[in-house]
Design a protein around this ligand. Sequence first.
Ligand code: BES
Ligand code: ZN
Length: 630
Amino acid sequence: MSLLLSTSIDSLTEMALSPTDPNSFSRPDLAVVTHIHLNVKVNFTRKMFEGSVILDVEKKGDTNVLILDVRGLVILSITNIFDGSRLDYCIEKGVDYGSKLSVELPDDPIIDDGKISYKIKIDYRTSQDSTAIQWLNPEQTAGGKHPYLFSQCEAIHARSMLPCQDTPFVKSTYTAEITAPAELNVLMSAIKEKIIDVDKALKIHRFHQPVPIPSYLIAIAAGALVSKQIGPRTRVWTEKELLDKGAYEFEETEKMLKTAEDICGPYVWGVYDLLILPPSFPFGGMENPCLTFVTPTLLAGDRSLANVVAHEISHSWTGNLVTNMNFEHFWLNEGFTVFVERKILGRMYDDKVRHFAALMGVQSLKTALITLGDKNPLTNLVTNLIGIDPDDAFSVVPYEKGHIFLFYLEQLLGGPDVFEPFLRSYLEEFKYKSLSTTQWKEYLFKYFSDKVEVLDKVDWNAWFNEPGLPPVIPKYDTTLAQEYLDLAAKWLADKPISEFSKSDIENWTSNQKEAFLAELVLNNKSLSLDQVKSMSELYRFDSRQNSEIRFNWLRLCLKSRWEEKVSEALDFATSQGRLKFVRPLFQDIYAWEEMRQRAIDVYNEKKYKMMYVTREMVAKDLHILDKNKN
Ligand code: BES
Ligand code: ZN
């Protein structure tokens, strides 16, 4: 039996989790990956990545084993790069969301300047149903001629794309060589170095990411992608069909970047490109470094949804430079990012816009708490994810409770003039690192050591560890919200239809319309079917292109039991894959008993067109237990 199995069988069979991350088996405290070189061929016929990773590993503690996370990968061989000798390894089936790969480290490490390091090569391939990668046939793309693939690794899907220490506690640089069909372009969350022709059919695309990043930020896309420069450091990438629309929608990107730099400090990633994905992309945006991924549902035609870009830009500091150490502290990524996002909007337009967005945030938190239940421990700001897949814990809570918390602290400590310097100092202190909520709190107390009496007024335990609404919700400026709040109240008061007219909302922004509808969706009371039909005639919500308006309008129609709208809602929920829209619509139809079966039938018909996470989450929402797990 191998050295690995004979010496450490006990510790391996315990399947101990990482002491720093309940969702990873890795032990970066013992041996840590410092650089990844990914060398794979994307095989569209087999829907697989085939190739290898070379890992630079540094020994940190008393061990002769490197532990990695894997999910559905086929490991072919593991070797010591220096002499080609084989290394023993074993894989133990772990939890639903991953297994443990233990690799015996070579006994002749490189010792340099007190550092003990190794370089190992793992030959592997992904499985067809890698949860991180979606493979699209040509007919699922805008152009219809070429296949397409994209990845989504956050929170813990990187392990289904490559063997890695799949925890945000670990940050490493990466390089990559991707071999792909010559007619496709390949992009990654990195700087592109060059493209090398292999033969008529294949090209190699080379990348490097010189800034250490967590595994969840490794990203790739390949397809018939073209680009247009929209700023000094920004190109929009997409299939050519959407290029002009995309370039228009995101024209303000450089202005947002400059504003973000003004708030947070210099942008360290060089390039800030945007990639508009096919409709099945499951999120609004994903902050992949150098290359933010966005859903095409942002293309409203009026730039009204560009706040998502401000959000992803903000992650360049909060999340990508300063990172949550595991997903229990996800609010450090997302709460801070929403906070910076809204500061950008406040600076670019007016502080009233920041307050308006904050109010919409409270509205969406309240709406989410209705579904999640306000006693649900997953609605704590800091969650316990032992045995819980972060996908199952995902909600707006860390975003919006996190934002409320930071806004509250900012007011309490003396306003932006006092709090923004703290924000910059925090970013400076923790850049290139990962941290926990406790570390953040300690730093806050250290920074504001002259304001400890003020900080002692905060009910830390309630903020961090209690479910439901937070202990305090600050008073926001309602200037931009008042009109929609008044109009919503008037509809809810059952006023005769003659008191309403299309001019009620004529001069409103898309965001005000969206918030008006969201307010009606949130309210305990439902409008009657007649009221909603009259509203439809007056305000013409059916013909709006804006995806947020469409989403909230459909929810309102379902709430008032407008049967003809069920097909439209199901169409919308399956013609794009954004979880934010897809899940509530399926949940609403599921809750309407007479319509439930239609939702299940449509899901079963369309599920193989969905990306893994959408397919899986909706199955749970529809209580379909036979899961497509791998
Ligand atoms: N990082 C998230 C997306 C994410 C989170 C993917 C967790 C997988 C697991 C991204 O920055 C995000 O928050 N997107 C939002 C944007 C919104 C808050 C403006 C979205 O997709 O809606
Ligand atoms: Zn985010």
